[in-house]
Design a protein around this ligand. Structure first.
Ligand code: MTE
Length: 309
């Protein structure tokens, strides 16, 4: 995404390693093409039992556990797709707590074990469409974001909810580089946060979230580009004004706040009309709101989605 940063780092790496074009090509090889990246699976991978099936799930073919856990964006661990799987072992998802603050009746510090007991866990199989024009189908485990939000009794001044990722360079070594501004920040308008499709995910494929996918808790908003799905959340703030999210901070001309999947608004450097489903050879058409238009288009009635990209 931050191609300028990526290319600079890649050039430095190749120079430092004293290797040439062949190695440069191999470094980009990903698991499903026969590379040897293995999922850095949590050896204690805890199974999540008694999952409700959701009518909101898609019946499309799932991506493999290996695809989902070795082809990641998590810049806190590096810029290559395989970096999170290689390096996220340093993240400690327990003990973990989330600070809730701002315009709400129940601010405080909440432990992940307690949060996970508040709501029944369900499986939600969703398409994930990255702004970089690739996609996957992922069987998340989580609970509705709306239930989580209601728990803190947001006031009438809470127009947006903002989320922040952990900052700890020991656990997240990529934070020693200014690839992005840390912490990673995201936000939703309150009606978006209350929509039944938005979830907090704590697992995938029936197991607790692997670190590289945002352990122990991350956001999933399937009608928006994947960068809205902030990982490893430690802070939730109810605010009056629209937050400035990380990618907007980085390049406002290319990434907006709303970031709804929209095949009619190209990224300045590539088309958004089609996407590469990981594991497939031919590109497929990108659908408005990532195929969830029937459920969510009304949230944006009257808004110019070319302006609010
Ligand atoms: N959250 C944090 N904290 N840091 C990141 O770099 N990358 C985002 C999002 N959440 C990112 C993040 C992007 S660009 C995408 S596409 C999704 O995570 C990828 O999620 P996945 O790796 O679980 O597929």
């Amino acid at each position: 995404m931050a191609r300028h940063l990526y290319l600079r780092r890649r050039r430095n790496f190749i120079r430092a390693a004293g290797v040439g074009a062949v190695a440069a090509g191999l470094a980009g090889t990903t698991s499903w093409l026969g590379g040897e990246l293995e999922a850095a699976q949590n050896p204690n991978a805890q199974k999540l039992a008694d999952l409700k099936k959701s009518p909101l799930s898609t019946s499309e073919k799932l991506n493999s556990y290996k695809d989902i856990t070795t082809y990641n964006n998590f810049y806190e661990f590096g810029l290559d797709k395989g970096d999170p799987a290689r390096h996220a072992g340093s993240l400690k998802p327990r003990p973990w707590s989330i600070v809730v603050e701002g315009q709400c009746g129940k601010p405080g510090t909440y432990h992940i074990e307690d949060i996970m007991k508040w709501f029944p866990l369900e499986e939600r199989i969703y398409r994930l469409r990255c702004v970089e024009a690739w996609s996957m189908v992922i069987p998340w485990v989580g609970f509705p974001l709306s239930d989580f939000v209601k728990r803190f009794e947001p006031t009438s001044k809470a127009h947006y909810v903002e989320f922040r990722t952990l900052v700890d360079v020991k656990q997240m070594p990529g934070q020693s580089e200014p690839a992005l501004q840390w912490p990673y920040v995201e936000g939703l308008r309150m009606d978006e946060a209350m929509h039944s499709l938005a979830i907090m995910a704590v697992g995938l494929y029936g197991e607790v979230l692997p670190n590289q996918n945002g352990a122990p808790i991350r956001l999933v908003v399937p009608w928006k580009y994947g960068f809205k799905g902030i990982k490893s959340i430690v802070r939730v703030r109810f605010v009056e004004n629209q937050p400035v999210n990380t990618w907007q901070q980085t390049r406002a001309s290319e990434y907006g706040f709303f970031a709804n999947v929209n095949p009619d608004v190209d990224h300045p450097r590539w088309t958004q009309k089609s996407e590469r489903r990981i594991g497939e050879f031919f590109r497929r058409k990108t659908l408005p709101f990532n195929g969830y238009a029937d459920q969510v288009a009304s949230l944006y009635a009257g808004m110019d989605l070319r302006k609010y990209y």
